[in-house]
Write a protein that binds this ligand. Structure first.
Ligand code: FEO
Length: 168
């Protein structure tokens, strides 16, 4: 049985993960609109991964006999000046999600909810990978530029990403 504070915080995290999916889907649509199909593909897969994150939290609440509270998902940004701007916003968003996961771990420890603490460890590791992936793309954008041939190469590179469920 989940303590009320934990149940509320995990429900809020479900909303954050669903918002992340919404945000990356909006970025995918923007990239597709400007002809960057590889980046659209990368963002589309990112959105799918976020749905699996939301689902993992959702399943955990149910597994613990808790109550799911689904609330409205905020409208995401859909205007981006450049591709670099889009990935900088992605990194900034992932940092917020990382902080939110760390707050959850802190709360689980405070509430002596060891099962939730262990469950959250998967997300702590996942966030390291998420931030690292985006940082690697930003490094490339800085090196070869986000216009002309450089952008063409990055777009081609990101077209190879395929969806593999990150949920063990
Ligand atoms: Fe679910 Fe990108 O963090």
């Amino acid at each position: 049985m989940l303590k009320p504070k934990i149940e509320k915080a995990i429900n809020e995290q479900i909303n954050k993960e669903l918002y992340s999916a919404y945000l990356y889907q909006a970025m995918s649509a923007h990239a597709a609109n400007i002809g960057l199909e590889g980046i659209a593909n990368w963002m589309d897969i990112q959105a799918q991964e976020e749905m699996t994150h939301a689902r993992k939290f959702y399943d955990y609440i149910l597994e613990q006999g808790g109550k799911i509270e689904l609330v409205a998902i905020e409208k995401p940004d859909s205007d981006y000046q450049t591709v670099k701007d889009m990935f900088e916003k992605t990194l900034a968003h992932e940092k917020l999600v990382t902080a939110s996961i760390h707050d959850l771990v802190y709360l689980a420890r405070e509430e002596r909810d060891y099962a939730t603490e262990i469950f959250l460890s998967w997300f702590v590791t996942e966030q390291v990978e998420e931030e690292s992936n985006v940082n690697a793309i930003l490094d490339k954008l800085k090196l070869i530029g986000d216009g002309g041939n450089g952008l063409f190469m990055i777009d081609k590179d990101l077209s190879t990403r395929v969806f593999t469920s990150p949920v063990a």
